[in-house]
Ligand binder design. Structure first.
Ligand code: IPM
Ligand code: MG
Length: 388
């Protein structure tokens, strides 16, 4: 064997040991945080909402989401019960300039908020001829330990009301930037399931089902192939399911679930989905597309002490390059805004926003093509504001 390859293997074995120890420690941290008290936030202190626009179409859709928040929370903003805090500098340019996925000063500001409404951020990649920074989404999910990615999709006229619980901190994402190359002949990436990580997302999904009168939770894996990581994920979810005997639990492989979602005869029978990270990423884009496009879906990233709300889609840099960013659909970020309002306790306002979104959608939805000639971001926002 050539000695370069031999050296790479030795280095890889040492690195693998480091990775394993880190992940064992992470599992232990999750266990301890489960046993310790909550986030200790004082009652009556009000809530600070961070707003960070991101890249591409981000500033365009954030402007409208902010207008909606200002209208809905007018009284609370005036009294100081709610504070909006604009966080600048979370742009691709600044991130590249600082060489940091989330520049320190941006992270410090984020930490000073209770929740964050985030516009899409572009992930730098090798083709950009720059430092290959980690995805900001992935970094923030890990940093704030936002383990539950909750993504609702509904199509009332078809009787579809789906809620996806995607595990958000492990799977292929835990070590996605830490794969190993041996010589020029072999690449290996790692996928991680921890017991504690699977337990907490399973509990989140079943608790949600119980609290919302859902009758069925569907676990989605590829446990026939990924026998350890998906095998354990499935096993742990089933264990948790036993604590919820009133809820029917079934399990599917991800390939057939992808098919099920386009099968109109059965798809409206699904209610809550419980998935590891990467399958959740893929299946929720499919579900959003069925709902009317990724521009129509919001996403909540929830942890024990922090929560971040965003659109399900990316920053669409192509729309900006082509000068058509004004046609971006703000519904996605507005849905995330509604989820955020419910999360911080303004349930009635969240419902009002959802109704206003439905009204705007009924009027303009099909016109929101993202293309010239279609409905614009402004027009859509005006409909929502008027319906509020
Ligand atoms: C999502 C996105 C992210 C993901 C990207 C931007 C890293 O696709 O939130 O679904 O893969 O999770
Ligand atoms: Mg995705």
């Amino acid at each position: 064997m050539d000695c370069g390859v031999e050296k790479d293997i030795q280095k890889a074995v040492a690195e693998f040991e480091v990775l394993l120890r880190e992940q064992v420690a992470r599992n232990e941290r999750i266990r301890k945080s489960r046993e310790s008290a909550g986030n200790g936030k004082e009652e009556g202190r009000g809530v600070t909402i961070g707003l960070t626009a991101g890249d591409g179409i981000g500033p365009v859709i954030m402007k409208e989401a902010r207008a909606v928040l200002e209208k809905l929370l007018a009284e609370e903003l005036a009294s100081g019960e709610v504070r909006l805090r604009e966080i600048d500098g979370f742009t691709l340019e600044n991130r590249l300039e600082k060489g940091q996925t989330v520049p320190d000063e941006v992270l410090t500001e984020m930490r000073q908020c209770d929740v964050l409404l985030k516009g899409p951020t572009t992930t730098p990649n090798a083709s950009m001829n720059t430092k290959n920074l980690e995805s900001a989404n992935v970094y923030l999910r890990k940093t704030f330990d936002l383990y539950a990615n909750v993504r609702p999709v509904s199509i009332p006229e078809e009787g579809i009301d789906w809620t996806f619980f995607r595990e958000n901190t492990e799977g292929e994402y835990a070590l996605g930037s830490r794969g190993i190359r041996i010589g020029d002949s072999l690449d290996v990436d790692f996928k991680v399931t921890t017991r504690e990580g699977a337990l907490r997302i399973a509990r989140a999904a079943f608790d949600f089902a119980r609290a919302n009168g859902k009758k069925r939770v569907s676990i989605v894996t590829k446990a026939n192939i990924m026998k350890k990581t998906d095998g354990d994920f499935l096993q742990i979810c089933r264990e948790v399911a036993e604590e919820y005997p009133e809820i029917e639990t079934d399990n599917w492989f991800v390939d057939i679930m992808a098919a099920n979602l386009v099968n109109k005869d059965i798809r409206n029978q699904f209610q809550v989905f419980l998935l590891p990270n990467l399958y959740g990423d893929i299946i929720t884009d499919e579900a959003a597309q069925i709902q009317g496009g990724v521009g129509t879906a919001g996403s909540a990233n929830i942890g024990r002490d922090y929560a971040l709300f965003e659109a399900i889609h990316g920053s669409a840099p192509r729309m900006v390059e082509e000068g058509i960013e004004g046609y971006a659909n703000p519904a996605s970020l507005m849905k995330a805004t509604a989820m955020m309002l419910a999360h911080i306790g303004y349930v009635e306002k969240a419902e009002r926003l959802e109704k206003a979104l439905d009204a705007a959608d009924a009027k303009l939805g099909p016109k929101m093509t993202g293309l010239p000639g279609g409905g614009t971001c402004r027009e859509f926002a005006d409909e929502v504001l008027e319906a509020l």
